[in-house]
Ligand binder design. Structure first.
Ligand SMILES: *Cc1c(COP(=O)(O)O)cnc(C)c1O
Length: 734
């Protein structure tokens, strides 16, 4: 993190690394042993906890799963490299493990050289803490605090704790596997946990109060160290009770300070940590060879400074050389232009991108598709229809925003062979994605696109007789379904003009395989709407009968959309070959209160989610967003959600509606922006950067349905869903 926000935390890594060097060199030892104890073994003990808290903060926060994986991998590699580096030294000193048990103990707890215990402790601690965090935060707190107390008993407080014989035996058990309690079980978790907790509760903290607290606790920490030392209790001096408040305050203070850290600080401080024992050996060796032992070794302060400087120099050089090397490798590997490099990586088409990204962690805003629910809905709707009537799902408008390719492929796997779309382009996209059955284009296609209709083997809707004539005149054979207008007065030839419809059938070049109409009030339950729908059903039946009387047979018929199936399939489902289910297949009603005849339960297929980008505090009277549309009446905490109207969140939702964060409702405030929106998260402790906000779907016990969101925006689910943007990643949950 090179961001300014964490600048001070990053900067402090350097003094922290030098503190570790102090622990291993004792800068004031030659001058006054007790003063050195207070400095090196009390004050400098904050260094390692600081590193652990930093780790907890950056990789164990909510929604940081990927960061954790990266950290574990990197640390494991570093540990392996450092272990290899110190093998010769250990061998020379005769410290190589003598048997497998000893090797195991070194690798997992003690470290393969005296300072390398940090790596297994951090690794083990992270895994343990992350594992427990998945269960509950309380569980981690309980575990980490108890473990630290046990650790204290085996460290600075050993003298009083081990007075009881049985406790002594218990600690002997611990020391059998780990030389100290300062390890991944008793020591690291509490500090890692602190990092997580600070990350979670970051925003509502007044940081200025940490300086006085620190000023009080630091001397007390020294006092604790001195006391346990003088009382003869210490078996070791890594763990103190007061390290907990001191390190907490120190980290919060650093977080609140604004500073800029150069990008090399992280690498250099880590290398100082790893390399300084080697440098100690070098300095001693060189001083002896040069006859300067009195100055460079016996003068502990000069010794300390020399080790610090040399370690720093080597580390800085290594980081610089590493960066240059990386650059060289990168240039060698890809001599092409950046554009060419992108070409290679580019997914074949938009849908492949959805397959590539199966990881929510890396999305800013995304859709989750539940295909089990899709299959369930297919079963429910099919159950309402007679066996002779097949579903012809409407996958137009990118399958109502769900992703036409993903949904159609899933439906094809479920045995569905016919689909309807709104345009030639939508049909072509499905063909290119490998959809094989009949694809009916429900909307208007300019006849000049006859090439595409033929090439992609699409069935075109006949809008009226004139359109049919134009299409036929081009002289190429096209498959068509004849649209019949039974009262909606949208597409289709007038049902009262049978002679015109007959003429369409007799045009050359048109291969008429079906006749259909569309209901426009089948979702209504009023007397008027029922009568109108029944009239439409009757009119369509008359057209079909008239065609048959005129000797025309072998065509397919379809009339019902979702609400036709849900409200009218009991009365006249027998009559049709297909039902064009759209919204019901996606498992949502158009509007929240929609009543339907059929006893079905449908399950929503889609959830819409986005990440919290950042969280901030508004003081009373401050405004938020465009047009000063929101004013905080009192101090409020707000979160910025990384989704906006360009993704399909209607702008009319400004100042209305909610999102869900960990099962709690956060109201939308201010105006919805193109790429972001703001919500009020006062009192929602889980609302932290990286956490997920649910716009459609469930979170905890709460649910926001597409229909609810639509009602809030004065529209129907169909519109909300179908406008979900191409910028969203679509994740398929099998
Ligand atoms: C969109 C559409 C459908 C599907 O409608 P739903 O109400 O979503 O099931 C059916 N038929 C036609 C002609 C359509 O345009």
């Amino acid at each position: 993190m090179k961001t300014k926000e964490y600048g001070a935390v990053d900067l402090f890594r350097l003094p922290a690394a030098f503190m570790v060097v102090a622990i291993h060199t004792g800068p004031f030892a030659a001058w006054n042993g007790f003063a050195d104890f207070l400095f090196s073994y009390c004050l400098c003990r904050v260094a390692v906890p600081f590193f652990l808290i930093t780790t907890g903060f950056f990789v164990l926060g909510p929604g940081r799963g990927e960061a954790l994986c990266r950290y574990l991998k990197k640390t494991l590699l570093l540990y392996a490299a450092a272990t290899l580096l110190y093998v010769p030294v250990s061998w020379y000193a005769g410290n190589l493990p003598g048997n497998a048990a000893e090797a195991f103990r070194q690798l997992l707890f003690d470290g393969t050289f005296y300072h390398l215990w940090y790596f297994p402790a951090a690794l083990l601690g992270c895994v343990l803490t992350a594992f427990l965090l998945k269960r509950s935060v309380k569980a981690v707190i309980l575990f980490a605090v108890c473990a630290y107390l046990v650790g204290l008993g085996g460290d600075s407080y050993y003298g009083i704790v081990c007075r009881a014989g049985w406790i002594n035996t218990a600690y002997d058990g611990i020391y059998f596997v780990s030389s100290y309690t300062r390890n991944g079980i008793f020591y690291a978790p509490v500090f890692l946990l602190m990092g997580t907790l600070i990350c979670r509760g970051r925003r509502n903290r007044n940081r200025r109060r940490y300086l006085p607290v620190l000023a009080v606790f630091l001397p007390l920490l020294c006092a604790e160290g001195a006391f346990t030392f003088l009382a003869g209790w210490q078996r070791h001096n890594s763990m103190y009770l007061l390290l907990l408040p001191v390190c907490w305050c120190l980290f919060c203070l650093l977080l609140s300070a604004k500073a800029k850290a150069p990008s090399w600080v992280r690498g250099v401080s880590m290398l100082i940590y790893i390399l300084h024992p080697l440098v100690i050996i070098l300095v001693r060796g060189a001083a002896k060879a040069a006859g300067l032992t009195a100055l460079f070794v016996e003068n502990s302060f000069v010794h300390y400074l020399t080790v610090c400087l040399v370690s720093f120099g080597i580390a800085l050089f290594a980081v610089y050389a590493g960066a240059r090397l990386k650059c060289c490798i990168r240039v060698k590997k890809s001599p092409e232009s950046p554009a060419a490099r992108w070409e290679q990586k580019k997914p074949q088409n938009a849908s492949d991108r959805a397959v590539l990204t199966t990881d929510k962690e890396s999305c800013r805003a995304w859709i989750e598709l539940n295909l089990k629910n899709l299959a369930w809905n297919v079963g429910q709707l099919q159950g309402l229809l007679p066996a002779s009537c097949k579903l012809m799902p409407a996958v137009k408008a990118n399958a109502y925003g769900h992703g036409a390719v993903e949904i159609s492929r899933a439906l094809q796997k479920l045995g569905i062979s016919d689909f309807c779309v709104a345009s030639e382009e939508e049909g072509a996209l499905l063909r290119e994605a490998g959809i094989t059955g009949q694809i009916l284009v429900l909307g208007y296609t300019p006849v000049s696109k006859i090439d595409e209709l033929c090439r992609y083997d699409l069935t075109q809707t006949i809008v009226d007789l004139d359109y049919a004539r134009d299409l036929s005149a081009l002289g190429r054979r096209v498959a068509v379904h004849v649209g019949v207008d039974t009262g909606m007065h949208r597409l289709g030839e007038d049902c009262g003009r049978i002679e015109k419809i007959l003429r369409i059938f007799h045009l050359p070049n048109l291969n008429v395989t079906g006749v259909f109409s569309h209901l426009c009030a089948s979702d209504g339950v009023s007397e008027e709407e029922r009568e109108f729908t029944e009239m439409q059903i009757a009119r369509f039946a008359e057209v079909v009968a008239a065609l048959r009387q005129n000797g025309i047979t072998g065509f397919q018929t379809h009339l019902f959309g979702s609400y036709g199936i849900l409200n009218y399939s009991r009365s006249c489902g027998e009559s049709y070959d297909y039902a064009r289910a759209g919204i019901a297949l996606y498992g949502v009603p158009s509007s929240p209160g929609d009543r339907v005849e059929a006893p079905v339960t449908l399950r929503p297929v889609l959830s819409l989610k986005a990440k919290i980008a950042c969280v901030k505090t508004l003081k009373k009277g401050e405004t938020a967003g465009y047009g000063l549309a929101y004013t905080a009446k009192e101090e409020r905490i707000i979160a910025v959600i990384s989704i906006g109207y360009a993704d399909g969140v209607p702008r009319t939702l400004s100042g209305r509606g909610h999102v869900l964060i960990r099962g709690k409702r956060a109201p939308v405030i201010g105006r919805i922006c193109m790429d972001q929106m703001l919500v009020d998260v006062t009192g929602i402790a889980d609302a932290v950067p990286g956490e997920t906000a649910v716009l459609i779907g469930s979170s905890g016990a709460e649910t926001i349905s597409a229909a609810e969101l639509a009602a809030e925006a004065d529209t129907i689910s169909n519109e909300i869903l179908s406008r979900l943007g191409s910028r969203l990643t679509r994740l398929v949950l099998e």
